[in-house]
Design a protein around this ligand. Structure first.
Ligand SMILES: [Zn+2]
Length: 307
């Protein structure tokens, strides 16, 4: 019954709430934060609020939710997971797609926030729109960030049939019925498109400008502005086949109800390019690594696109 009501409400929202687009201003809170919701409940003991809560390899929890334990420890719908093709239910989906070029034609900022390299639009009033795949409405892109390890054989968060890749990028989005990621976290209207990266013998020229952006923010708390066309490679891969399931944020407070789309086709990255990510320095002066191990699927169903 709950499911039916939920489906009805989702359908209603989809029908009644148009995708507002770039004309609609976004709040400062939403536009400056990565997983802003987690910052509200994971304020550090020194009073600073983290935009991507502290963690080290492989993942540890230091903070608790205000109402008790963190979902990171107790949640039953956690991410990442191992995506097992034979256990997936095949479903007819439309490809995921960008509805505009906002993300690629405007200036973006690369930031080393000591937990990841996070990319956001410099103009916080702009709201790139995405739809398709499992998204039942239009979603706005909040940020893109990366997860990596220390070795070439690790770093990806989701695995496919037990295989781990070397890096993963998350494009974090919130539904157009929420005003920002804070509200979307509460309303369970967050979605993430996940791009996996696999090692490739040669350098991919399409990744060159993105890697350049990362090169400029190796030191802690540094920022670098560059054209959004440094993200063009995302456009090439977002339309590929994918897995979809409901999970959680992979950083504190591991809030659940996040709709995941994990693209099947990995983006090729050379060792030279991957090393740049391995060279990103965290708060303590050491090389940063920020991937979380897979979590139990429990009674969730994973869907796979038929293409
Ligand atoms: Zn992430």
């Amino acid at each position: 019954m709950r499911v039916s009501v939920d489906i009805f409400l989702r359908a209603l929202f989809a029908l009644t709430v148009p995708c507002i687009g770039s004309a609609n201003p976004v709040s400062d809170t939403a536009s400056t934060a990565l997983f802003s919701s987690t910052t509200e409940v994971s304020t550090s003991s020194d009073g600073t609020s983290s935009t991507h809560a502290p963690f080290t390899h492989p993942f540890h929890t230091t903070n608790a939710l205000h109402h008790g334990q963190s979902f990171c420890d107790t949640g039953k719908m956690q991410s990442p997971i191992d995506l097992v093709e034979t256990s997936c239910e095949k479903k007819e989906y439309q490809p995921v797609k960008f509805l505009d070029d906002i993300l690629f034609t405007n200036e973006v900022q690369y930031e080393n926030n000591c937990e990841t390299v996070k990319i956001t639009l410099v103009d916080k009033t702009l709201k790139p729109r995405v739809e398709g795949g499992p998204l039942n409405s239009c979603y706005f892109v909040d940020n893109i960030h990366f997860h990596w390890g220390m070795k070439n054989t690790e770093g990806c968060e989701h695995t496919i049939n037990g295989k781990q890749f070397c890096m993963e990028a998350h494009m974090v989005m919130y539904k157009n019925t929420s005003k920002d990621v804070v509200e979307a976290t509460i309303k369970k209207e967050l979605a993430v498109v996940s791009f996996l990266f696999s090692l490739n013998p040669t350098m991919d020229p399409d990744l060159k400008t993105m890697v350049h952006g990362v090169t400029e923010v190796l030191q802690p708390h540094t920022m670098f502005n560059i054209s959004g066309n440094s993200l063009n490679i995302l456009k090439d891969f977002i339309g590929s086949g994918f897995y979809s399931y409901t999970g959680s944020l992979t950083t504190h407070n591991c809030d659940e109800g996040v709709l995941w789309t994990v693209l099947k086709k990995p983006i090729p990255i050379s060792k030279t390019q991957l090393i740049i990510f391995h060279d990103v320095i965290g708060e303590d002066g050491d090389e940063l690594q920020n991937w979380r191990h897979t979590k139990p699927l429990n009674d969730r169903q994973v869907f796979v696109s038929s293409f």
